[in-house]
Design a protein around this ligand. Structure first.
Ligand code: NDP
Length: 474
C-alpha cells in the first residue's frame, strides 16, 4: 500500500494491526461523539412522521396507476372530484391489496425460509469493523447468502416445475404481497425499538419516540449467528425483487409464449444485484448501513416493503401491458444491456476495492473468491491518505476518480431499471428519482460525518480526490 499522507507518514508494507489498536485516542474521542445524538435529521419528528405515512401512501398510489390505469398518473380533475377519487383508490386497495391469506403464507413463508437458511447453512466468516460502542470489539458475520440464494433458486424451480407453487402467481398477487410487506415493515420497526429498550441495547437516542423508532435504537441486532440487519438487507428485498422479475417472465411465457427482451433484461438486472449482494456479502459489514445506521423504520421498512415493491415497477407494468407498447430496436437493446453491464462492473469492483482495502487495513489479506470475480476488484499497491484518526482513505482505483464511484454506478443501474420501458409510463423511473434523492442526502450525511471524524485529513482527501460523483463534472 502506498501512503499519500505527506510528511511523517511513510508508506510501505505495514504489520498486521490489531483492530482494537487501529483507533488512537483522538479517534476514539471523535467516535464517542459520533455515537451521541446531536441533531435531528430528516426534518426531525415531523419529517419522519411524514415519511412514515407518505411512503406507503405513495406506493399504493403508484401501484394503482400501474395496475389499473395503464401506468398513467391519475388524479382528480376538480376539487369536487377529490372525494370520489379517494373512494375509488380505497376500493382498489380494499379489493386488490388486502393482506390476503395467500400473501401471508407466501411472504411469511419466504421470510421464515430465508431465516432458516441463514441460521443453518455454513458460510464464510468475516470479521466486521471495530465497533466503537462495543469498545472496539469486532463482530463476526456468517456470510452464507450465496448458498442461501442457490438453495432458494433450486427450491423455487422445483416448486414451480412440480406445480406445487407457481411463480407466476407472485406478480398476480403484487398488491396483497405489498400490503403484507408493509405490515411486517411497521411491526418489526416498532418491535426492534421495544426490544432495544427492554434489553438496554439502545444507542444514539434522541429521546423522541417516533424519531427513535424511525432511526432505530439498536445497532447490531442478532439472533444466534444471524445479524438481523445484514440478513434483512440482503436476504429479504433483493430475493423478492428477483423473484417478482422471474414471475413476470413466467407470466409472459405462459401468456405470450415468449419472454420479451425487456423482461429478460429485468431478470438479468435483478439477478446480478441479488448475486452481487451474496457474492460480496463479506464486504457489507464495512458499509455505512452496517456500522453506522441503526435497525429502525428507515432501514427495516425499506428492506421489507420499499425496495421489493417500488424498485421494479417496470416488471409490474410489463406483466399487465401489451409488449408492443414498450418494444425497442435491436440497437437500443444492445445499448441498454451494454450500459447495464458496464455500470454493474463499476459498482461491483468499486465496492470490492474499498472493502478489500479496509480489510487489508485490518490485516486481512486473503479474500473470498465467489463467482464471478471481476478484474480490478482488488487494487495492488493502493495509494491512500493516513488520517490522524487512524483510518486510511483510499485514493486509487475507482476511488481516485471520484469520492462516490459506487453510488454513480448504482444509480445508472437504477435508471436502466426504468429506462427499459422507454417512455410508455413515467412510474418505473420512480426508483432512480427516489434513489438519487437518497444518495445525494446520504452523501451529505456521510461527508459531514467524515469531515467531523477526519477534520483536516478529510479536506486533504477532498483536495486529492476532487470530484464527488462524476470526474470532471461534479
Ligand atoms: P460507501 O460504501 O461509500 O461507504 C461510505 C463510508 O466509507 C464512509 O462513511 C467512510 O467511512 C468510508 N469511506 C469513504 N470514502 C472512503 C475512501 N476513499 N477510502 C476508505 N474509506 C472510505 O457507502 P454506503 O455504505 O452507503 O454504500 C455501499 C453500497 O451500497 C453503494 O454501492 C451504494 O450504492 C449501495 N446502496 C444501495 C442502496 C439501494 O437501495 N440500492 C441503498 C444504499 C446503499 P469510514 O471512514 O468511517 O470507514
Amino acid at each position: 500500500m502506498r501512503d499519500m499522507t505527506g510528511p511523517g507518514n511513510g508508506g510501505g508494507r505495514r504489520k498486521r494491526q490489531s483492530p482494537r489498536s487501529s483507533s488512537p485516542r483522538p479517534g476514539r474521542e471523535v467516535d464517542r461523539k459520533l455515537d451521541q445524538h446531536e441533531t435531528y435529521e430528516f426534518g426531525g419528528p415531523f419529517g419522519v412522521l411524514a415519511i412514515m405515512l407518505g411512503f406507503p401512501t405513495l406506493m399504493y398510489y403508484l401501484w394503482i396507476c400501474l395496475w389499473f390505469y395503464d401506468g398513467q398518473l391519475v388524479h382528480p380533475s376538480s376539487l369536487d372530484d377529490i372525494k370520489p377519487f379517494l373512494a375509488t383508490m380505497w376500493t382498489h386497495i380494499r379489493q386488490d391489496a388486502y393482506p390476503s391469506r395467500y400473501a401471508w403464507q407466501v411472504y411469511g413463508g419466504n421470510i421464515l425460509f430465508q431465516f432458516f437458511l441463514a441460521f443453518t447453512l455454513p458460510g464464510y466468516k468475516q470479521e466486521g469493523l471495530p465497533v466503537p460502542s462495543l469498545n472496539y470489539k469486532t463482530l463476526t458475520y456468517n456470510c452464507n447468502a450465496l448458498y442461501c440464494l442457490y438453495a432458494t433458486v433450486v427450491t423455487a424451480a422445483v416448486l414451480h416445475s412440480t406445480n406445487i407453487f407457481r411463480l407466476t402467481e407472485l406478480i398476480d398477487n403484487f398488491g396483497h404481497l405489498m400490503s403484507v410487506g408493509m405490515i411486517c415493515g411497521f411491526s418489526i420497526s416498532f418491535g426492534a425499538y421495544f426490544f432495544a429498550i427492554a434489553t438496554g441495547s439502545q444507542i444514539r437516542m434522541s429521546g423522541n419516540f417516533l424519531y427513535d423508532v424511525f432511526m432505530g435504537a439498536i445497532l447490531n441486532p442478532r439472533i444466534g449467528s444471524v445479524d438481523l440487519k445484514m440478513w434483512a438487507e440482503v436476504r429479504v428485498p433483493w430475493v423478492i425483487v428477483f423473484f417478482l422479475a422471474v414471475s413476470g417472465g413466467c407470466k409472459q411465457y405462459e401468456e405470450l409464449g415468449y419472454v420479451t427482451p425487456n423482461m429478460a433484461f429485468m431478470i438479468l438486472a435483478t439477478g446480478l444485484y441479488l448475486n452481487a449482494c451474496g457474492k460480496g456479502e463479506e464486504c457489507i459489514p464495512q458499509t455505512w448501513d452496517m456500522y453506522h445506521e441503526k435497525w429502525g423504520f428507515m432501514v427495516i421498512f425499506w428492506n421489507f416493503a420499499g425496495v421489493p415493491f417500488s424498485y421494479i415497477y417496470s416488471v409490474v407494468y410489463m406483466a399487465r401491458t401489451d409488449p408492443a407498447k414498450y418494444q425497442f430496436s435491436t440497437l437500443r437493446y444492445v445499448l441498454m444491456f451494454t450500459v447495464l453491464l458496464t455500470a454493474y462492473y463499476i459498482f461491483d469492483t468499486a465496492n470490492s476495492q474499498k472493502s478489500r482495502f479496509k480489510m487489508q487495513t485490518q490485516g486481512i489479506n486473503t479474500f473470498r473468491t465467489s463467482f464471478p470475480q471481476l478484474p480490478w476488484g482488488t487494487i495492488k499497491n493502493p495509494t491512500f491518505i493516513k488520517t490522524a484518526h487512524g483510518n486510511r482513505l483510499l485514493t486509487s482505483g475507482w476511488w481516485g476518480y471520484s469520492r462516490k464511484p459506487n453510488y454513480v454506478a448504482d444509480w445508472v443501474m437504477s435508471f436502466c431499471w426504468g429506462a427499459i420501458i422507454g417512455t410508455a409510463t413515467p412510474i418505473p423511473y420512480f426508483y432512480s428519482v427516489f434513489f438519487i434523492t437518497v444518495l445525494v442526502h446520504r452523501v451529505g450525511r456521510d461527508f459531514e460525518r467524515c469531515s467531523a471524524k477526519y477534520g483536516k485529513d478529510w479536506e486533504r482527501y477532498c483536495d486529492t480526490v476532487k470530484y464527488k460523483f462524476i470526474p470532471g463534472v461534479f
